[in-house]
Write a protein that binds this ligand. Sequence first.
Ligand SMILES: CC(C)(COP(=O)(O)OP(=O)(O)OC[C@H]1O[C@@H](n2cnc3c(N)ncnc32)[C@H](O)[C@@H]1OP(=O)(O)O)[C@@H](O)C(=O)NCCC(=O)NCCS
Length: 156
Amino acid sequence: MSLQLKEIQIRSDVVFGDHVTVVQPVNLYGCNIGSGSFIGPFVEIQQEVTIGSRCRIQSHSFICELVTIGDDCFIGHGVMFINDLFENGGPAGADKTKWKKTTIGNRVSIGSNATILPVNICDHVVIGAGAVVTKDIIKPGFYIGNPATFLRGINL
Ligand SMILES: CC(C)(COP(=O)(O)OP(=O)(O)OC[C@H]1O[C@@H](n2cnc3c(N)ncnc32)[C@H](O)[C@@H]1OP(=O)(O)O)[C@@H](O)C(=O)NCCC(=O)NCCS
């Protein structure tokens, strides 16, 4: 029997802004975390991810490669981002040409246990708990369900 143990925690190539709080244990590597942001425990943030300023990433969320999050965003507990859609019948594996990007605007709040497929979400959006976002969101407002649909507007 052979066992391979890998420990990442916070790799030296993570770029932090000022006044960032990280509650360990976390797995952070190759990402940029903006000033004033908070990263809760059991969060994994992969390389080529950018988190803006004053964001809150709550515990147990997974932010995969090719995700960009703006400023003043709230990512609830257990939010899952996706970059590989299994378009060819299974995982694309190391073939990053098949991975897709996600861009989240500013002042976006994502409820707990939501799943975000590779999409663009504009500024001033609330995603309900447990929602599955499958398409771009181009209008500010509240979105719920699987697939996520518009619930109501938002007071700006
Ligand atoms: C999406 C959300 C903001 C909507 O709040 P709201 O505007 O007050 O909406 P309401 O409670 O009035 O519900 C409106 C309708 O949407 C439904 N609904 C509300 N939230 C829903 C959700 N997350 N998923 C599916 N349906 C939802 C309600 O059942 C209701 O349906 P009905 O009209 O058929 O009865 C809120 O329910 C939510 O999911 N917030 C996420 C909070 C969170 O995850 N925080 C993390 C830190 S603890």
